[in-house]
Design a protein around this ligand. Structure first.
Ligand code: NAP
Length: 338
């Protein structure tokens, strides 16, 4: 099997570190690995498969001319600036940030949902937002069977969705709060320990947050249907890992809860946990470190004609970010679309 020269930019971040673990677990076919981070990490090393890798900074971008595939796990602003310069040196880029997701010529790929859009590419792929990925994996089998008219989504999002600094903020604040000391928020506008923040990103003039807009735009792009009406409320919660979503769906055709359960149970990437009598339903602590999108609390919404409710939980750093990114790379290799 052919092996590829791979680079990870943002290798020290929450997504980058998870991605390195997944490249190893899944034995991604690589023959060379280069790791990049910011000036802050200059001189540091990262251990991968028993070997020490020195972190490189991005002074000489010509190093990318010897690379086949680059995973960029950097902030949107950094990706927006860097990715075109890396692309100009030749490698394919799969970018985790929000910089290119809505650009029409950039495939936004969730391999279980829309693998075919990866075929026609111009060398750049976007990985969707973490809250979007788990949502579309759960929606796809229902969409194919019955069509979707409208979605009402409420999210309960873990701090790791904000990155490594936010994980540290929750950890430190939890200790401070239990010790009765005043909390000093830095990453978020208010303390996150023992609190909920109904703000993810920045608000527009209508009062929607950027996360709420991304969820709607990306869901329509990935399902390939601009007509779906979507409204969302996204909330940051004091959970380290795994996003949870309460999803209300109005389908075009009637689906019973039992039909929905069967469709979901057969779909790739989904694990149905739905035995309410035994208090069995998806939980963020149980989803942590797992690859699947977990779906439970599947029931009809009797307030409308064709309504369904779902509770969807998945590890935002795995399926919501690093795993999906690696799966896009694997898809390109398997189908010969590199
Ligand atoms: N976390 C999630 O669940 C999730 C899900 C989907 C998508 N995403 C997206 O994935 C991206 C990374 O998120 P994250 O949570 O991993 O963030 P993070 O923990 O803050 O990590 C950011 C990474 O970018 C590096 N970096 C910053 N400035 C750089 C520069 N000028 N040049 C090179 N590297 C630079 C950092 O290196 P240093 O350590 O040296 O500063 C670090 O490795 C973001 O765009 C995010 O929106 C995240």
């Amino acid at each position: 099997m052919k092996k590829y020269r791979v680079a990870v930019v943002g290798a020290t971040g929450a997504v980058g570190r998870e991605l390195l673990g997944i490249l190893s677990e899944r034995e991604f076919p690589l023959c060379e690995l280069r790791l990049f981070a910011s000036e802050r990490s200059r001189g540091q090393t990262v251990r991968w498969r028993g070997e020490e890798y020195r972190l490189e900074t991005l002074e000489d971008l010509d190093v990318f001319s010897g690379i086949d595939l680059v995973f960029t796990c950097t902030d949107t602003e950094v990706s927006r600036r860097l990715v075109p310069q890396i692309r100009a040196r030749g490698p394919l880029v799969i970018d985790d940030s929000a910089a290119f997701r809505t650009e029409p010529q950039v495939p936004l790929v969730v391999p279980e949902v829309n693998p075919e859009v990866a075929r026609n590419h111009q060398g750049l792929f976007a990985n969707a937002n973490c809250s979007t990925i788990q949502l579309v994996v759960a929606l796809k089998p229902l969409y194919d069977a019955a069509g979707i008219v409208r979605l009402v989504v409420s999210t309960y999002q873990a701090v790791s969705g904000t990155g490594a600094q936010a994980i540290e903020e929750l950890r430190a604040q939890t200790g401070e709060a239990l010790a009765g000391r005043a909390l000093q928020p830095q990453v978020y506008p208010y303390p996150i320990a023992f609190n909920l923040l109904p703000q993810i990103g920045t608000f527009d003039e209508r009062g929607d947050s950027s996360e709420e807009r991304k969820l709607a735009q990306e869901t329509r792009k990935i399902l390939g249907d601009d007509r779906i009406a979507i409204t969302a409320t996204t909330v940051r919660v004091p959970v380290f890992r795994s996003h949870s979503e309460a999803v209300n769906i109005e389908t075009q055709e009637k689906l019973t809860a039992e039909q929905a359960r069967e469709l979901l149970a057969r779909a790739p990437g989904i694990s149905v946990l739905d035995e309410p009598d035994r208090a069995l339903y998806p939980l963020p602590l149980e989803a942590r470190g797992r690859d699947e999108v977990f779906v439970g609390r599947i029931r009809e919404d009797r307030s409308i004609k064709n309504g369904l409710n779902l509770w969807v939980v998945s590890d935002n750093l795995r399926k919501g970010a690093a795993l999906n990114t690696v799966q896009i790379g694997e898809l390109l290799i398997e189908r010969g679309w590199m």
